[in-house]
Design a protein around this ligand. Structure first.
Ligand SMILES: Cc1cc2nc3c(=O)[nH]c(=O)nc-3n(C[C@H](O)[C@H](O)[C@H](O)COP(=O)(O)O)c2cc1C
Length: 189
């Protein structure tokens, strides 16, 4: 079976964000598994405009150049890992905007969360599960919640411990199962 294409989204664009070192850790570990074809999607680089297109994305009528390019990238993936900070008990606005920008391309694919914040980003993930389920994605139960992530940061690196690595590995196991199951189902459509 071909490797699953997994997009890892960096859910913060803030100067000095910890989401980027965490996403690099995810990329490093997912690459080492050899079962996935991972791609990093840095929302700071994408700089998607705040959604202001004339058509609701669920209509499939995309007009913006960036919107079309984003649809291509999201459509190319078989699943997603969202590296999600918690901002004021919710998901970051930039991550919600990235989700809102296109629609069908996300659907019928698994999405998993690597969250961080005071409560390990728990409230952000609960919101993300609601939103992504409404978008016809399959949000996974397996998640990584990083509490006190700043202590494991060393500049651009995130020095995960054994516990964090184990939880991430469990997330990859679930992503592989759901990713393959849903890919086979999509191909049978
Ligand atoms: C605007 C803002 C709001 C925040 N609100 C919360 C919050 O409600 N609960 C929480 O646990 N952490 C909160 N935090 C802390 C962040 O979740 C935490 O610092 C996170 O690691 C920031 O991710 P980033 O550096 O990738 O942007 C907030 C941080 C910011 C910048």
């Amino acid at each position: 079976m071909a490797q699953l294409r997994i997009s890892v989204l960096v859910g913060s664009v803030r100067e000095g964000r910890i989401s980027l070192p965490i996403a690099k850790w995810v990329m490093d570990r997912i690459g080492a598994r050899g079962e996935f074809d991972p791609e990093l999607l840095d929302l700071a680089e994408w700089n998607l405009p705040m959604f202001a297109e004339p058509n609701p994305p669920a209509t499939g009528r995309y007009t913006g150049e960036k919107q079309r390019a984003w649809a291509d990238r999201i459509g190319a993936a078989d699943g997603y890992i969202l590296v999600a900070p918690e901002y004021n008990h919710g998901m970051s606005a930039v991550l919600k905007n990235a989700l809102d920008t296109v629609y069908a391309e996300w659907g019928r694919k698994p999405v998993a969360f690597v969250a961080h914040g005071g409560m390990g980003g728990a409230r952000s993930v609960e919101q993300l599960r609601q939103v992504t389920a409404a978008m016809e994605m399959a949000p996974l139960s397996a998640a990584v919640h990083l509490q006190g992530a700043a202590k494991l940061r060393d500049g651009d690196r995130f020095n995960a411990g054994e516990i964090e690595d184990r939880r991430l590995s469990a997330l990859f196991d679930e992503l592989l199962w759901w990713g393959n199951a849903l890919k086979a189902a999509r191909q049978g459509d």
